[in-house]
Write a protein that binds this ligand. Structure first.
Ligand SMILES: C[S@@+](CC[C@H](N)C(=O)[O-])C[C@H]1O[C@@H](n2cnc3c(N)ncnc32)[C@H](O)[C@@H]1O
Length: 257
């Protein structure tokens, strides 16, 4: 049984990195009039109360959103998502990636979210009563089999595993190969931790060999923002949209200033 619960880590520096990049990518994709599909394989609960016992126990958000939020421009799509969340739920709430996606997308876009943990899935259901969002209590990799290639075909899949099972590092490049073969126009965004023991490096080499045009964006945490064995946060993007260099530069500046 999986034990990872994102509530302990919500709003930490890795969240700021992945969520700010994701919001900018969705902002870019919604700049065109055509509808799109958003798929997320490892959704979590979608909304986190930073005054809850889990968040207070680790206090990771203090070295994340509380530290770096002010470094983003007011009109940055990530800050817009945070603002809408606070207006809707209260100032102590922090949005997970599914909530940020919902807030970024338009009524005619399609959303598919998978979460395997029973308690996290129940919370996800409670937070997403919106009937236009499709929720799946199942292994996110099976969602890939059932909804990909999606309709509409334009879109993005966000893959944010908890890496509790160490074989994931070996399996992910193969799985992304399948995703890309089935959906060659989809933007694929994978999050990975930068591990002090270098366990992620083999996976990255493998990804870069398979997808030489993939875009890699990494933030190395300073010693004050390091959490346990994680020394930083990385994203690997297949089919990166035009403009991703600028998106990445803005996020680097916010997280390293
Ligand atoms: C890092 S958290 C996701 C956080 C979320 N993407 C966000 O940024 O707000 C990973 C989640 O994946 C779930 N999970 C782990 N393995 C899974 C699998 N094979 N399929 C679906 N969900 C899984 C965990 O229960 C956990 O809630």
């Amino acid at each position: 049984m999986l034990s990872y619960q994102h509530g302990f880590h919500a709003g930490n520096a890795a969240d700021v990195h992945k969520h700010s990049m994701l919001c900018s990518l969705l902002d870019y994709l919604t700049g065109k009039d055509k509808p799109l599909t958003y798929v997320e394989t490892h959704a979590g609960r979608g909304l986190y109360d930073l005054t809850a016992a889990e968040a207070r126990k680790t206090g990771e958000f203090k070295q994340g959103i509380h530290l770096f939020g002010k470094n983003f421009a007011k009109d940055h799509p990530y800050l817009q998502g945070l603002k809408k969340t606070e207006e809707r739920y209260g100032t102590s709430f922090y949005p997970g990636s599914p909530m940020l996606a919902l807030l970024s997308l338009r009524p005619n876009d399609h959303i598919h979210l998978a979460e395997m943990h029973p308690r996290e899935f129940r919370a996800l259901e409670a937070n997403f009563s919106n009937p236009s969002v499709n929720l799946y209590h199942q292994d996110g990799w099976l969602l890939v089999d059932s909804v990909i290639p999606p309709t509409p075909r334009r879109g993005l899949i966000f893959i944010d595993p908890s890496y509790e099972i160490k074989t994931e590092y070996k399996e992910i490049p193969v799985k992304l190969g399948l995703v890309h073969r089935k959906w060659n126009v989809g933007v694929v965004v994978l999050w990975y931790p930068i591990l002090n023991d270098g366990l992620h490096l083999k996976m990255l080499n493998n990804l870069q060999k398979r997808f030489p045009k993939g875009f890699r964006h990494e933030i190395n945490f300073s010693s004050s923002t390091k959490h346990r064995q994680i020394g930083g946060s990385g994203l690997f993007v297949i089919n990166p949209p035009y403009g991703i260099q600028t998106i990445g530069r803005e996020v680097t500046q916010a997280l390293q200033s």
